[in-house]
Design a protein. Structure first.
Length: 102
């Protein structure tokens, strides 16, 4: 089986960017990996995007297979998203994709 990448592209309002970035790197991404559904994660900054309304980032989480990803979606995803929205409200928007490593 080939690993899957769960990609979350996020546009973050400038007003919360510093705090949001610290939260992602120090708390949220570690908590997602700690579910055991992903082997590791990385955060990328999109450098060729329109940053007028906020910076754009991509958080990528690698799952060893579809079963691990599905377990995350079924058991953890809603709660993880809620934590972000409870903390940051409408300060960001996210777009989710799943990709298979070739």
């Amino acid at each position: 089986m080939k690993p899957l990448i769960y990609n979350v592209t996020i546009k973050v309002n400038h007003a919360i960017q510093s705090d949001w970035l610290r939260w992602m790197q120090e708390e949220h991404m570690n908590e997602v990996v700690a579910t055991g559904c992903f082997s590791h994660a990385r955060l990328l900054h999109l450098i060729e995007s329109d940053d007028a309304e906020g910076a754009t980032y991509a958080a990528q989480y690698e799952a060893p297979d579809r079963a691990h990803y599905d377990r995350y979606i079924q058991e953890y995803a809603e709660g993880m998203r809620k934590k972000g929205f409870d903390r940051w409200g409408g300060g960001f928007i996210a777009f989710l994709t799943i990709m298979q490593v070739i």
